[in-house]
Design a protein around this ligand. Structure first.
Ligand SMILES: *Cc1c(COP(=O)(O)O)cnc(C)c1O
Length: 382
């Protein structure tokens, strides 16, 4: 018998109430009953983004949200700068390429966090750049970038500042309005604890103005259209009704657990405990300045993490993610985001120790387990 424990950096596991919300007959989306659910969801999202600016719900995975930001703020032929230090950092440039937007990358070694001075230099060398893109928590490497510092640089250079916060919202502090982040993109299947299928964009007044002026061809992913509909408590298209109803439950769980501050604390505590356990097992962490959403770790030499991830799943029902791109086979990623508890983390470390030993890595039995148990025991309130 195996229980499924999804400890990937997205999708995450779901609270029971979210599953239940999706398993009952739902109202039509143009009714007061549904509008009231959507209002509640968007109200909580604004609170969690620490902003009064509109938050647009989109029916798309997170990447649809990234594309929406790119094409609404920029027109073909215009220029942007993007931090590129992993799979998601690369995505900004790929979207720009697809739309004929000239994107200058600031290259960062995978696992490292960008030096704000390098971004400052790139903006200085890209006259006419209109937008700076960054991934707050780079999920492919587990590295965290300094959004607050980058925001100051973006303001100094007078460019719009857009952040992919898909694995940082509710995990790291991101006061959207006081840090003047023009667009923040988030997604349903990470810390929001609902299935994949929705993306959200918080939109500053400056960003909305730019979106109204953009000459990019748009039909579905039209930000001004969505913001105007929102003012009438509406969405331009049929929204993902069942996900919104699930979200109302999941966000309620987060609110009841202490809101933004409680969520940030919980993720920090779990991340510190997991990192300590990996180090106690003699494993090397990839990022220098790690995100609290996940722990990215090199496997012991001779062990292919593709095999490790499969084995953990088939033997224990514990699902981690492997490496992407040049890190494929070399690292595994242990997600501790959203709906997890201490016993999930302890169980996963136990499963990892047993699987590593089965794959030939001997001699550390119990070291990780002891470390995570001690850290969680002493790490204060859950
Ligand atoms: C998960 C994730 C995305 C979204 O990817 P989709 O597969 O389109 O949902 C984007 N950026 C980051 C940093 C992510 O972790």
């Amino acid at each position: 018998m195996r229980k499924r424990r999804l400890l990937t950096p997205g999708p995450t596991m779901l609270p029971d109430a979210a599953f239940r919300a999706m398993g009952t007959p739902f109202p039509h989306h143009r009714t007061e009953e549904f509008r009231s659910a959507m209002r509640e969801v968007l109200g909580l999202l604004k609170e969690f983004h620490q902003t009064s600016w509109p938050i647009v719900p989109l029916t798309a995975s997170g990447s649809g949200g990234l594309e929406t930001a790119v094409i609404n703020l920029l027109s073909p032929g215009e220029k942007a700068v993007a931090v590129r230090g992993g799979k998601f950092g690369e995505r900004w440039g790929e979207i720009c390429d697809a739309w004929g937007i000239e994107c200058t990358p600031v290259d960062v070694e995978w696992g490292q966090s960008v030096d704000p001075a390098a971004v400052e230099k790139a903006l200085g060398e890209t006259p006419g750049a209109k937008v700076l893109f960054v991934t707050h928590s780079e999920t492919s490497t587990g590295a965290l970038h300094d959004v607050e510092a980058l925001s100051r640089i973006a303001q100094k250079h007078g460019v719009l500042f857009v952040v992919d916060a898909i694995t940082s919202i509710l995990i790291h502090d991101l006061p959207v309005e006081s840090w003047k982040v023009d667009v923040v993109v988030t997604g349903s299947q990470k810390a929001f604890m609902v299935p994949p299928g929705m993306a959200f964009l918080s939109v500053s007044p400056r960003a909305l103005e730019a979106a109204r002026r953009s000459k990019s061809p748009r039909y579905y992913f039209n930000l001004p259209l969505a913001v105007d509909a929102l003012a009438k408590d509406d969405t331009p298209w049929t929204t993902a009704i069942s996900l919104v109803l699930a979200l109302r439950e999941s966000l309620g769980v987060i609110r009841d657990g202490g809101g933004v501050a409680g969520s940030i604390r919980r993720h920090a505590r779990a991340a510190a405990a997991v990192r300590g356990a990996m180090q106690a097992m003699g494993l090397r962490l990839l990022p220098e300045r790690p995100s609290n959403a996940l722990t990215a770790c090199y496997a012991p030499s001779g062990i292919d993490t593709g095999v490790l991830v499969k084995r953990l799943d088939s033997d224990f029902g514990v699902r981690f993610a492997g490496g992407q791109g040049s890190l494929k086979g070399k690292i595994f990623r242990f997600g501790h985001m959203g709906y997890f508890d201490d016993l999930d983390l302890i169980g996963a470390v136990h499963a990892l120790e047993r699987t590593l030993e089965a794959l030939g890595h001997k001699g550390t039995r119990g070291a990780g387990l002891r470390a995570i148990q001690d850290a969680l025991w002493e790490g204060g309130e859950r």
